[in-house]
Ligand binder design. Structure first.
Ligand SMILES: NC(=O)c1ccc[n+]([C@@H]2O[C@H](COP(=O)([O-])OP(=O)(O)OC[C@H]3O[C@@H](n4cnc5c(N)ncnc54)[C@H](O)[C@@H]3O)[C@@H](O)[C@H]2O)c1
Length: 448
């Protein structure tokens, strides 16, 4: 693995001091929030020679970075160590280094309230923390996913309480992060990035900045359009997943194998694209972001019917899994109160260690309410504590599998030997079609 410091600089004869710093990569970059989005981004910027300071409120994360220790699967620790050693990457919990920074990128969470409305507390808190330190000739870019208008209607008025004016003194843009954690083919670097500025200067600077590390940058007419682009992308996924989930519920009633139908449908080379059903939709994006748009649309007296419907269908999937699991147990003569069920996978998708919004957790809760003794195994999450649930992963062995009446595959991690699992389990409920290649013992397997 090589890190190309200062590789491929395209330096034009601009007289603009901030743009010059960006093009020469002498601009000091601040990244607020070193999570799944912020840390890989900070590393990409440092790898091409920018000096990067991460502002991370979690002291343990911030200290780990300064020791060159990684805490995310997608990050290469060796790369991180080199960058820290070379002084290109450091972290702090304090905003008082903001005046030194030329570009400040914000990557903080955008969750929902329990009533499915946007919770902008993190964006607002960060923006307020920047105000006392804001100085002329700084570019601020929001990467967090949010509804159209957040950058201009929420952040801008707060930033201008500093007395500085956007487009005259400082610059403001939105460039939504599209990273797909765990995806080896598309990373921060080779995923096209859209950028919208609150004005032309902001756009020009932001495009110059992102073009330093990202192969394709698409400039947009305004920040709102960039915000909507990202929310639309996630809505597209949520709606299409809901569609295949609904077809799954119908196939269950009709006694048709939905996986066979989908595989056949996706052989058509045009006019369709693959989406697969599952036990529910987890993560920080698909179950959340569309509701940001749904909420904002109400401001213009508009109901986003697809978003509401998709959310409703996707949120019901864990209940469907519970019901079908109880049917399987019933069929093999095990009452819920005596049943032992192993949930295989509490990460919300394969090969990552993130359990935010995980359907696996929801299914454990639902089964426990029915009196089922539910445990879990996840090769990437050895223990967790989430609100009412605190559990440890059960090591997989022939002996432990024998103790369970049913194994429910909720996450199709790639490092599980599914042949071995099926052979040694009593019954399998496969909600991901992870066992598609397995020929033997098919009678033990029930698909979603
Ligand atoms: N995770 C993804 O797959 C993904 C993909 C694309 C976009 N996004 C969006 O990117 C944004 C960030 O998501 P994430 O997954 O990186 O979140 P995360 O929870 O992994 O990371 C956010 C980090 O911000 C820190 N933080 C919160 N408030 C802070 C503050 N006031 N000051 C300093 N640090 C603070 C947290 O401690 C945390 O480390 C969200 O809007 C999300 O929707 C996420």
């Amino acid at each position: 693995m090589t890190i190309e410091f200062n590789a491929g600089i395209e330096f034009s004869n601009t007289t603009d001091p901030l743009k010059t710093k960006i093009l020469k990569r002498t601009a000091l970059v601040g990244v607020v929030g070193l999570g799944y989005v912020g840390l890989p981004f900070a590393i990409e910027k440092a790898k091409v020679g920018f000096r990067v300071i991460g502002i991370e409120q979690n002291l343990s994360r911030s200290e780990k970075i300064n020791r060159g220790e990684n805490y995310l699967l997608d990050v290469n620790e060796h790369e991180l160590q080199i960058l820290v050693k070379k002084g290109l990457l450091q972290a702090t919990t304090d905003f008082n280094q903001i005046p030194e920074m030329d570009v400040i990128v914000i990557c903080v969470p955008t969750p929902l309230t329990p009533n499915l409305t946007p919770d902008l507390q993190y964006i607002e808190a960060v923006t307020r923390s920047i105000v006392p330190y804001l100085r002329p000739e700084q570019l601020i870019s929001l990467e967090s996913t949010t509804y159209p208008g957040t950058t201009e209607e929420i952040m801008l008025p707060i930033l201008e309480t500093s007395g500085l004016r956007v487009e005259e003194d400082f610059y403001l843009a939105h460039s939504p992060e599209r990273v797909d954690p765990g995806n080896r083919r598309y990373t921060t670097k080779n995923t096209t990035k859209v950028v919208g500025g609150v004005g032309p200067r902001s756009l020009e600077l932001a495009v110059a900045f992102y073009s330093q590390t990202i192969e394709n940058v698409v400039p947009m007419s305004c920040a709102k359009a960039a915000e909507l682009t990202k929310v639309f992308e996630n809505t597209f996924r949520a709606v299409n997943i809901a569609l295949v989930n609904e077809i799954t519920l119908l196939c269950d009633r009709m006694g048709i194998n939905v996986w066979e139908v989908l595989d056949a449908a996706f052989t058509k080379p045009f006019g369709i694209m693959p989406f697969y059903p599952g036990p529910g939709v987890g993560g920080h994006c698909i179950p959340i972001d569309p509701h940001y748009l749904e909420w904002k649309a109400k401001e213009v007296n508009f109901n986003t019917h697809f978003i509401a419907l998709a959310g409703e269908i996707n949120r019901k999937m864990p209940e469907f899994v519970r019901d079908k699991a109880l049917r399987i147990l019933n069929r093999i003569g095990v009452p819920a109160s005596k049943a032992r069920v192993l949930i295989l996978g509490v990460a919300y998708k394969p090969d990552i260690e993130d359990l935010r919004g995980s359907p696996g957790l929801e299914i454990i809760r639902l089964l426990q309410k029915e009196g089922v003794n539910a445990s879990y195994h996840d090769p990437l999450i050895l223990s967790f504590s989430e609100n009412d649930l605190a559990m440890r992963s059960i090591p997989l062995s022939e002996n432990t599998l024998r103790e369970y009446d049913l194994v429910i595959i909720t996450t199709d991690h790639s490092n599980i030997d599914y042949n071995w699992l099926v052979k040694n389990s009593r019954q399998i409920f496969d909600t991901r079609n992870a066992t598609r290649e397995i020929k033997k013992y098919r009678e033990k397997i029930t698909l979603l």
